[in-house]
Design a protein around this ligand. Structure first.
Ligand code: ZN
Length: 71
């Protein structure tokens, strides 16, 4: 099961959150905004994040979880 982390996006609007796997090459060396632990897949990880940050725009990384990247 992959381990997921959340990062604040710097390219999108303020406060948008992006979900990554912990081994994503885009975020290597960066400090995560928050870690969210192990989830079965990215859909489950994003569902979980939506229960914490209600009303926020949440997207998946286009590199490490392209199947959950919407924008
Ligand atoms: Zn990523």
């Amino acid at each position: 099961m992959p381990y997921y982390e959340i990062y604040l996006t710097d390219t999108d609007k303020d406060g948008d959150l992006e979900v990554h796997k912990s081994d994503c090459r885009l975020t290597s060396g960066k400090i995560p905004f928050r870690t969210i632990g192990y989830h079965l897949n990215c859909q489950k990880a994003i569902e979980y994040v939506k229960t914490i940050y209600i009303g926020k725009t949440i997207d998946g990384c286009k590199i490490c979880i392209p199947e959950c990247h919407k924008r």
